[in-house]
Design a protein around this ligand. Structure first.
Ligand code: ATP
Length: 260
């Protein structure tokens, strides 16, 4: 049964690329109002999962529900409820930050005056007011993440999906992002973000899903998944650090200074 109290739920989500199973039957659950982290080693299937959950990549099997609505049967209704900051963020480079927000708001069908009001507030909160008329192509990595997040928030979605939102973002900008996201979840909205940075997930999240090799290997409230350890220790024991990456200290005997 699909519980509408869940912001996100997938059942048996499956994706193959040729012979390779990238996502092999994922049952992801994120309760409403969570600040949820999706973690896993490189290639675990996080981006592929998030792409299917947000309606960007068609699954080969299984289902996805957001607030109880089927993403692939009812995409228009679902897309009105979600905001997405995808990996490798593609933006309209030849627009200014302000124009980008205005264009996004109009695409979402929000009245022009309201778009302008929200855009100004978002630009101010994101510390982008001074760069609002600069072209996006001239933005730095952190500025791109911030304008991408502003664009994803403009229509006030109920669930926000962020793929590696803090990658390449300096600590000051990261703090700004965190403050905005905290305020957003405090009002009952849900954030789902993927990350490799365990300390960040531990600091921000109250819910964690751990993926390894295309499957969920642990999922639940942060403290339950940690089980009295640091999230990093729990993560390493869950994903089997040595098995997954083909051993640790052995090999590379040629690397480093030698006395010979
Ligand atoms: N378009 C594609 N074509 C072929 N294989 C793909 C494609 N996209 C992903 N894969 C494969 O699917 C697997 C999962 O990739 P995915 O990008 O979802 O992992 P990830 O957990 O997001 O990794 P990372 O942390 O490195 O970003 C990988 O083995 C990857 O090589």
């Amino acid at each position: 049964m699909v519980d509408v109290a869940d912001a996100v739920r997938t059942q048996g989500l499956l994706k193959r690329f040729g012979q390779q199973v990238a996502v092999g039957g994922v049952d992801l659950v994120v309760p409403q109002g969570s600040f949820a982290g999706l973690v896993g080693p490189n290639g675990a299937g996080k981006t592929t999962t998030l792409s299917m959950v947000t309606g960007l990549l068609r699954p080969d099997g299984g289902g996805v529900w957001i607030g109880g609505a089927d993403v692939w049967r009812d995409p228009v209704a679902v897309k009105a409820r979600i905001g997405v900051l995808p990996e490798g963020l593609r933006l309209f480079e030849r627009l200014s930050g302000r124009e980008l927000l205005s264009y996004n708001g109009q695409l979402r069908g929000i009245p022009k005056d309201e778009v302008a009001r929200r855009a100004e507030e978002l630009l101010r909160v994101m510390d982008l007011a001074e760069s609002a008329d600069k072209l996006v192509v001239d933005y730095s990595t952190g500025m791109r993440k911030k304008i991408g997040l502003a664009a994803a928030l403009l229509h006030n979605p109920r669930v926000l999906f962020l793929d590696e939102p803090f990658e390449g973002v300096d600590p000051v900008s990261a703090n700004t992002l965190v403050e905005v996201l905290r305020r957003y979840t405090a009002s009952g909205s849900t954030v789902v973000f993927s990350s490799h940075v365990m300390e960040l997930v531990e600091r921000l999240c109250d819910w964690v899903s751990v993926m390894s090799r295309g499957r969920i290997v642990a999922q639940g409230p942060l403290d339950e998944v940690r089980g009295g350890r640091s999230l990093n220790e729990a993560f390493l024991s869950l994903v089997g650090a040595h098995a997954e990456h083909g051993g640790g200290e052995e090999g590379l005997s040629w690397l480093g200074a030698t006395s010979a």
